[in-house]
Design a binder for this molecule. Structure first.
Ligand code: 5GP
Length: 170
């Protein structure tokens, strides 16, 4: 199935010079959305995943149906101050400034095999922070899956040593 064809590229969003990969056009096509989740589930099953985690907000859109499709639990990773329970946090550099991600301290058990899902791998900063949170709780990152990989950026290098799977590459 041609998923790339369903992704809309929007020039100069959110700022001039950036060609934003808009996945909403893929998500609104039921057949493509199902195919994408099924492919991710195939990858995740091969990694013997036990639980699925995803960063807000677009990571939720993929990680939650992926968990459901596999009959596994879903763990949300959120921006600072959103999770109500006891959390572990990590801050990371953005192009301009810093951001912080958090996970509930009791969300993942030591040794549990975790699949991480997000929409897009660019520099890898976001997903590396997610990996750090999972590992800080003693989780084992069994695999990382994306809808889109920007292969002209060094995201995959940052994830050296991990099983990385993407559906569409630019
Ligand atoms: P990174 O941290 O790898 O540099 O950036 C990836 C994160 O930024 C992802 O969580 C993703 O949601 C967001 N992102 C950056 N560029 C794009 C884009 O062109 N399209 C979409 N859908 N998300 C993007």
């Amino acid at each position: 199935m041609d998923l790339k064809n369903k992704i809309r590229v929007i020039p100069d969003f959110p700022e001039p010079g950036i060609r934003f990969k808009d996945i909403t056009t893929l998500l609104q096509d039921g057949e493509s959305f199902k195919y994408a989740i099924d492919k991710m589930a195939e990858f995740a099953r091969n990694q013997n995943a036990e639980i699925v985690a995803g960063p807000e907000a677009r990571g939720f859109v993929l990680a939650a149906p992926l968990a459901y499709a596999m009959g596994l639990g879903f763990v949300p990773i959120r921006k600072a101050g959103k999770l109500p329970g006891d959390t572990v946090s990590v801050s990371y550099e953005l192009e301009y400034g810093k951001d912080m991600l958090e996970i509930h301290r009791d969300a993942i058990k030591p040794g549990q095999r975790v699949i991480i899902a997000d929409d897009l791998l660019a520099t890898g900063g976001t997903i590396k922070s997610t990996v750090r949170l999972v590992e800080e709780l003693g989780g084992v990152v069994a695999g990382i899956t994306f809808m889109i990989e920007l292969s002209y950026l060094p995201g995959r290098e940052k994830l050296n040593g991990y099983e990385v799977f993407s559906l569409v590459q630019y």
